[in-house]
Design a binder for this molecule. Sequence first.
Ligand SMILES: [Zn+2]
Length: 161
Amino acid sequence: MKQVWSPWRMKYIMHHEPSPECIFCKAQQLDDGPENLIVARGHFTFVILNRYPYTSGHLMVVPYAHQPTLDRLTVEARREIVEIITTAEVVLQEVYHPDGFNIGANIGSAAGAGVAGHLHFHVVPRWSGDTNFMSTLADTRVLPEALEQTFCRLKAAWPKN
Ligand SMILES: [Zn+2]
């Protein structure tokens, strides 16, 4: 990652370079579909299904820029993250009728981030007693719906620009 000192703003401006080992950097370079699981794209962020979902419809909202923290993003990217999380909430409500949501980010591996170098927000629909209908078998969560089906349902429901 290159950094350029910008004296008039007294802060670093980041030049966003993809990281070859990063799943989010790789996914955004592929064509959108059931392969890369990208449901929608904004100007600064994209929406991708979690390949290992906690519940059906578990989405992640991810900036294109490979940056670990919110303060490394532009104001525009941060604003778009909130707007896209809001759309995710609306679309998931419409498609899955959950009783609630867990929405948030784990920043840093100490906080539990699986991909610590690339900030991402989880949007997880929740149902009252949803731990009951998911069975756990050798650390593999058994979900009531296949990923490809989730992808098609959310892609169809996502508002077109
Ligand atoms: Zn990345």
